[in-house]
Design a protein around this ligand. Structure first.
Ligand code: ASP
Length: 230
């Protein structure tokens, strides 16, 4: 999503696409639509000459193992999100020197879902949102919970009302926990370059680059820093 114009693009249930965010961006830039799904999204990929890859190249050994081990869908905070396996959602938020913000969220989705299930990631306002007037957000966590509270869009009004990015995220994640018992995480950036990475899951891998260097963490309250060479 482009925070300057509120232009957005998304795809869901695509097969054999190595970089779904590039396809989502093409939906934003080359169509009059916001979200293409399943066969239609793949047909669109073909029409713009986007290469496909064999499906098995998109599934890691760890994912196979986890899929075999957890045969039921996690319906809340205590199951899948407290397990040792990392999830595959990758989110990004960015700001340029003119204060333009953007976000992107990509996922294989939670394991053992029903065929046809669409989570939060491709849904504008749930898995991500970007508005130059406030900031950009990308979310991860229990998709059904995120959808119920429209997590990305929920964080932004708190910032508008003066909360810090971390407090706005924490308040919204707390609300999601209280109302629908879901856990998750969010990364947020403001047009002035402030950022936050906040989560109520057991852990969340995150990293940020700003003028001070590279910041990263995994466990709650972990905030490591490295100087980047110029
Ligand atoms: N939000 C994703 C989903 O529900 C999963 C994740 O973020 O790990 O499909």
């Amino acid at each position: 999503m482009d925070g300057r114009t509120l232009a957005c693009g998304a795809v869901s249930s695509v097969k054999k696409i190595a970089n779904p965010v590039s396809l989502a961006r093409a939906v934003m830039e080359k169509t009059v639509h916001v979200l293409l799904t399943s066969k239609g999204a793949n047909l669109f990929a073909e029409s713009i000459g986007m290469a496909t890859v064999p499906s098995d190249t998109l599934v890691s050994e760890n994912e196979w193992k986890a899929w075999r081990k957890n045969k039921t869908y996690a319906t809340g905070v205590t199951e899948d999100f407290n397990c040792q396996w990392a999830h595959d959602t990758v989110g990004a938020v960015a700001v340029d020197s003119s204060g333009n913000v953007a976000c992107a969220t990509s996922t294989g989705g939670m394991r053992n879902k029903m065929v046809g299930r669409v989570g939060d990631s491709p849904i504008v306002g749930a898995g991500g949102y970007a508005d130059n007037l406030i900031g950009a957000v990308s979310c991860t966590g229990h998709g059904e919970s995120i959808l119920k509270v429209t997590l990305a869009r929920r964080i932004l009004p708190h910032i508008e009302r003066g909360k810090s990015l971390a407090d706005a995220s924490q308040l919204s994640l707390q609300y999601m926990g209280d109302r629908v018992h879901g856990a998750g995480g969010a990364i947020v950036v403001s047009p002035s370059g402030q950022w936050a990475a906040t989560f109520t899951t057991v852990r969340m891998a995150w990293a940020a680059v700003d003028h001070d260097g590279l910041w990263y963490g995994l466990e709650p309250n972990e905030r490591l820093k490295e100087q980047l060479s110029k």
